[in-house]
Design a protein around this ligand. Sequence first.
Ligand code: CA
Length: 227
Amino acid sequence: MRPRILIVEDEPAIADTIQYALETDGCEPVVVNAGAPALERIARERIDLIVLDVGLPDINGFEVCKRIRQSTSVPIIFLTARGEEIDRVVGLEIGGDDYVVKPFSPRELAARVKAVLRRGQNGAQPSCAKTQAFEVNSDKRQIRYCNVPLDLSRYEYDILSTFIRHPGHVFTREQIMQMVWESPEASMDRTVDAHIKNIRAKLKAIKADPDPIVTHRGTGYALRENL
Ligand code: CA
């Protein structure tokens, strides 16, 4: 069966070249030009991978990704504008699998698509993260710690699941807010700290030692490695 690739791109010339390259490579591309129709098709069709432009006319590509991740772990490759380093970081942290910087060669993108699809077939499901201590079920939005299911709020789930996907990676408070809050400007750093405190308390209730979340003073937080 040919992999069905959803291309979400509002610039027709770019969408066309991607479509052509993927067809040539044995894929079945489907093109939409905005976020809303993308979400509709994902809800009702089999899609094996999504190529997602960040700058869309209706819903920002990151927001589209967050909404997709509420229901499925289908691989996502972001198309980002040149030099927007923050976009690349945020894209990967909110659940993207890879990114390609514009302008790109269609052959390069087709090769990335193939690589991400292969990764998925090998059983490495990026959004089904697992360490020895933690297990994330992204379909149910549930995390088990030492085999005990945690009762987490929506934001606590988003923060902790991101940590588990990147053990040892230090996230700044700003990055944490961008990842999980719908309007980051409305929140304060202290809100991040409060959520971290709640998550710690819930983990501690299951296992007192060690604290799996490490505070990096003046920077942010990270999940302890080798848990
Ligand atoms: Ca665009």
